[in-house]
Design a protein around this ligand. Structure first.
Ligand SMILES: *Cc1c(COP(=O)(O)O)cnc(C)c1O
Length: 389
């Protein structure tokens, strides 16, 4: 008999009932150090007082109104995002997948309105993840995600990750945009070198096509800058955001320049929930904290410390780990043992990590975890590795 919850996930036998900062408390009372943060969602940990206050205050006033009306909380968050980024305009969604849908529509409408409707193709990269909708799986293109779900949405050209030589040849007259994650998340914490991101921007400028960045996982302070592309000193034309922006409340966004967004006029797109007062009240509270320079300085300092500890862990267990990779507090441990065995050993030692492709375990802790918690993370990962030796 089919379970009452559709069995699309393989779930660990854990049920968390409470969260406190970087800690998750299981129904049986055990306290787990959370280095997964809901897959880079709980950017400020669990039950952060400023987020609880923003949520409860708004909950007592007004939860939801339609986008048929002005929504001041949405306006306030859009203004903050425009103020702090390359973007001139923002559309709010409820998830990364919906942000992907709009990014694709926006790029295609851009060329349609410019009188070049043939430029529908979008170049993407192997190992990428852009969500599980029809456009999202077509964009990623992997057999694992697309098999059985045909016909697959056409208009995506998949290139090997980081293959800059293949790119030049792939940009034909039907290509309108390039879409990529500056740091691949699900693909195994694979950062694109800054020089390649710069070259990509230059290539898009030269060919006159749009650069779309998916910063759903690597954005909102995760790499130690508000957005990961800032490290390369470039800006995209369109950017997808979600995960960390709501700190645990479902919220996403598409940010764009005025030019890139020019096709999206009244009636071309919409969302019932997207940018409702409750979501945007919480998003604003997250943004106020995460966009602060001193906070981002702290993320960089903590990530340096964490990375150093992880290098020590790899050195101490060369038969378990291959290497450390990533950027900021978006870190990956490439394993020599099966990554999911290590994740399970982590559960036994009360530490939460997240598996990724390429036999990597991901460490995506709350951005505000303490130095003591970084020490504790090392100790628990060390014990987990010992248990497999
Ligand atoms: C998680 C993720 C998505 C999809 O976001 P959802 O909120 O699960 O729809 C898209 N792109 C990237 C890079 C992601 O990590």
């Amino acid at each position: 008999m089919i379970p009452s919850v559709l069995p699309t996930y393989s779930r660990a036998p854990l049920s968390f009932v409470k969260g406190e900062g970087s800690w998750l408390i299981e129904a049986d009372g055990r306290r787990f150090l959370d280095l997964g943060a809901g897959i880079a969602v709980n950017a400020l940990g669990h039950a952060h007082p400023a987020l609880v206050a923003a949520l409860t205050e708004q909950a007592g006033k007004l939860w939801h109104v339609s986008n048929l009306y002005n929504i001041p909380q949405q306006q306030a968050l859009a203004d903050k995002l425009v103020d702090q980024t390359f973007a001139d305009t923002v559309f709010f969604t409820n998830s990364g997948t919906e942000s992907c849908e709009l990014a694709v529509k926006m790029a295609r409408k851009y060329w349609y309105d410019k009188g070049q409707p043939e430029k529908t193709d979008i170049i993407t990269f192997e190992g990428s993840f852009h969500g599980r909708s029809s456009a999202g799986i077509a964009a990623a293109g992997s057999e694992k995600m697309t098999k059985g779900f045909g016909p697959i949405l056409p208009g995506f050209i998949h290139l090997p990750w980081g293959d800059m030589a293949a790119l030049d040849a792939a940009i034909t007259d039907t290509v309108g945009a390039i879409l990529l994650e500056p740091v691949q998340g699900e693909g195994g914490i694979r950062p694109l070198p800054d020089a390649d991101l710069k070259a990509l921007r230059a290539l898009c400028d030269e060919k006159g096509i749009l650069l779309i960045l998916d910063e759903v996982q690597c954005g909102m302070g995760r790499t130690g800058k508000l957005f990961a592309h800032e490290w390369a000193g470039i800006t995209p034309d369109i950017m997808m955001v979600a995960k960390g922006i709501g700190g645990g409340f479902p919220l996403g966004a598409v940010l764009a320049t005025e030019d890139a967004a020019s096709g999206m006029t009244a009636g071309t797109h919409g969302s019932t929930y997207g940018g409702n007062p409750l979501a945007c009240a919480v998003g604003s509270a997250v943004m106020d904290i995460v966009s602060d320079d001193a906070f981002l300085d702290g993320v960089r300092a903590r990530s340096g410390l964490f990375r150093q500890k992880l290098e020590g862990l790899v050195a101490a267990h060369p038969e378990i780990f291959d290497s450390v990779r990533g950027s900021g507090l978006m870190l990956g441990l490439k394993c020599k043992v099966t990554n999911t065995d290590l994740v399970k050993a982590g559960y036994d030692n009360l530490v939460i990590t997240v598996p990724a492709a390429d036999n990597v375990i991901r460490l995506l802790p709350p951005l505000n975890l303490s130095e003591e918690e970084i020490d504790e993370a090392f100790n628990r990962l060390d014990k987990a590795a010992q248990s497999l030796s």
